[in-house]
Design a protein around this ligand. Structure first.
Ligand SMILES: [Mg+2]
Length: 337
């Protein structure tokens, strides 16, 4: 009994020994090994096996410092369609309908919109992977859609999209004034990300500039290894804007993948429910809705964006300034996104 207790005590004493002793032993062993035997690759390998997790702890300090950014928001990254222009995100949706109709496999507006936010080629691939579309494709061709089909449809998509983009460049009411307020009154830099590719962004930025909206930087979906929901477009914005740390950035978007782009980048992520892909109506159509339809559609949109992980969901870009103020308060309190 006594010997068992001694054994337990000595084991527990050993486990409570300061980390320093174990590290010292390791150091001494390494020195001894050097002194006793000429260094060979084999003996170096043996020494390395002695290393255990204890060396990862600093044995000579009792505290470790945790770094917190407590400054303010420095930059916002705004999506394009459904965020600053094209309320209801009609421009890509109608082209997806057209591209699948040309293939002889028409899709519904809901199917066309579901993967919205992704790179447009990824979007086409995701539509072909939907169970309903797969079934209709099989009924038509006796096989499922393959990558060759996706490539062909994307090739068809590009000129159609560029051709009709200008029809859907109307700025969302208040977006230009809000962007100006963010820049001039709140001192923020303005970046942009999108599921559109560079030639499409070129069309959008010229049209938006005529209306007075000019972000500081542009990043298109084809400029990064993978677009949304991956973080690369946000990080490329941070570099081009020369803004850090990532906690000082707020990403704003109307789609779930756009919200995830922000959270996966490590910044604050804000969803816009009313003007985007899930209410899926332009401003005149929204104004004509019954109260019941409006509330139902808006609540569904809020749910989708909140479930995607948004830190905030608001109706439109025009409610962004108070959100920035609240994020500033949370940052000052030591909170991270
Ligand atoms: Mg959008």
């Amino acid at each position: 009994m006594l010997s068992t207790m001694r054994k337990v005590c000595s084991t527990s004493a050993r486990s409570l020994r300061p980390v320093v002793s174990s590290t010292s032993i390791l150091t001494r062993n390494a020195h001894q090994a050097k002194a006793q035997a000429p260094s060979t690759s084999a003996s170096s390998g043996d020494d390395l096996k002695l290393v255990n997790g204890s060396v990862l702890k600093n044995p000579r300090t009792e505290y470790k410092m945790v770094r917190h950014y407590q400054g303010k928001v420095k930059g916002v990254i705004l999506d394009w369609a459904g965020t600053v222009l094209d309320c209801g995100v009609y421009s890509p949706a109608v082209v997806f309908l057209e591209v699948f109709k040309t293939e002889g496999v028409p899709i519904t507006m809901e199917e066309a919109r579901e993967p919205m936010g992704a790179h447009k080629k990824v979007h086409i691939r995701k539509i072909t992977q939907m169970e309903t579309v797969r079934r209709r494709w099989f009924e038509k061709f006796g096989r499922f859609a393959n990558e060759e089909d996706v490539e062909r449809m994307f090739t068809n998509f590009v000129p159609l999209q560029i051709g009709c983009l200008l029809d859907y460049t109307q700025m969302i009411t208040g977006a230009v004034d809000t962007a100006n307020f963010l820049r001039h009154n709140m001192g923020l830099k303005i970046g942009s990300t999108t599921g559109f590719t560079t030639p499409m962004v070129d069309v959008l930025k010229k049209a938006a500039a005529k209306e007075g909206y000019v972000p500081d930087v542009y990043v298109a979906a084809d400029e990064v290894p993978q677009a949304r929901p991956y973080p690369y477009m946000v990080w490329l914005n941070a570099i081009r804007l020369d803004v850090n740390p990532i906690e000082a950035i707020v990403k704003v978007d109307d789609t779930a993948d756009g919200v995830k782009e922000g959270t996966s980048a490590g910044c604050w992520s804000v969803g816009l429910a009313k003007t985007g892909n899930y209410v899926a109506l332009n401003e005149e159509e929204i104004a004509a809705l019954s109260v019941e339809d409006y509330e139902r559609k808006l609540k569904r949109s809020y749910d989708i964006l909140a479930n995607a992980g948004a830190h905030y969901v608001i109706d439109t870009i025009n409610e962004l300034p108070p959100v920035i103020e609240d994020i500033n308060r949370r940052l000052a309190a030591g909170e991270k996104p």
